[in-house]
Design a binder for this molecule. Structure first.
Ligand SMILES: Cc1cc2nc3c(=O)[nH]c(=O)nc-3n(C[C@H](O)[C@H](O)[C@H](O)COP(=O)(O)O)c2cc1C
Length: 201
């Protein structure tokens, strides 16, 4: 079975990545996970949590933190550019980067793949596989917008996590779930039932 690559970068909004990881694991998807160097810093700043960099320790961290079976999870180091997912010969269903920094967007849009997230994204574009990028910045500069335009032209889907009010969320978690589930629509995954628009006026 092919895996899905989940890239997590150092933007605000780590709960979106946490929820995506948990829902994927609960739905028994195989996942190749990469946290960028920046993501570890944001976890320290925003959550006061030090995520282990060692890949096996990180796997057991996620198992405890998410209270879910992590048998199908492979954690990669941000600079491990010889990893499976750095090659187009390793099959995947596609890749999602959530949340995605403007730095990552700039480097991927311009073919400047330095770390493993950037290289894996580059591979997904060259292999014409699905690449979903969920940007997190406000406001966007003209440079950010141009880079996203370039990525869209190259085949990536740009899906910012923007809440929907028509889904009538009662809690922040319901709002997060709606946005996270929508990121995986293009893969045909239904990670959780959400209140999709049903045409009622
Ligand atoms: C608490 C915190 C929040 C941040 N939020 C964002 C953000 O929303 N968007 C962004 O582009 N950069 C944000 N940054 C800056 C990035 O983390 C920084 O540019 C980092 O070098 C990105 O590395 P990466 O792209 O490899 O993850 C944030 C930094 C910190 C410490």
């Amino acid at each position: 079975m092919s895996s899905i690559v989940l890239g997590v970068t150092g933007a605000s909004g780590q709960p979106l990545a946490v929820r995506a990881l948990k829902l994927l694991l609960e739905n028994e998807k195989s996942i190749d996970l990469i946290l960028s160097k920046g993501a570890y810093s944001v976890w320290s700043s925003e959550n006061n949590i030090k995520i282990p960099i060692d890949t096996e320790k990180q796997k057991s961290f996620w198992s405890d933190f998410l209270e879910v079976n992590t048998q199908r999870l492979i954690c990669h180091k941000w600079n491990e550019t010889s990893a499976t997912i750095a090659s187009g010969s390793y099959k995947t269903d596609g890749m999602v980067i959530v949340p995605c920094t403007m730095g990552k967007i700039g480097r991927i849009a311009n073919g400047y793949g330095q770390d493993l997230i950037e290289r894996a994204a580059d591979v997904h574009l060259k292999e014409q596989r699905k690449l979903v990028i969920s940007p997190r910045e406000s406001p966007f500069s003209l440079i950010h917008l141009r880079n996203m335009c370039q990525l869209s032209e190259a085949g990536a889907q740009i899906i910012p996590c923007i809440p929907s009010w028509y889904s009538n969320p009662n809690t922040l978690n319901e709002m997060i779930d709606f946005m996270v589930v929508r990121l995986f629509d293009t893969f045909g995954y239904e990670l959780k039932e959400i209140n999709r628009w049903n045409g009622k006026k």
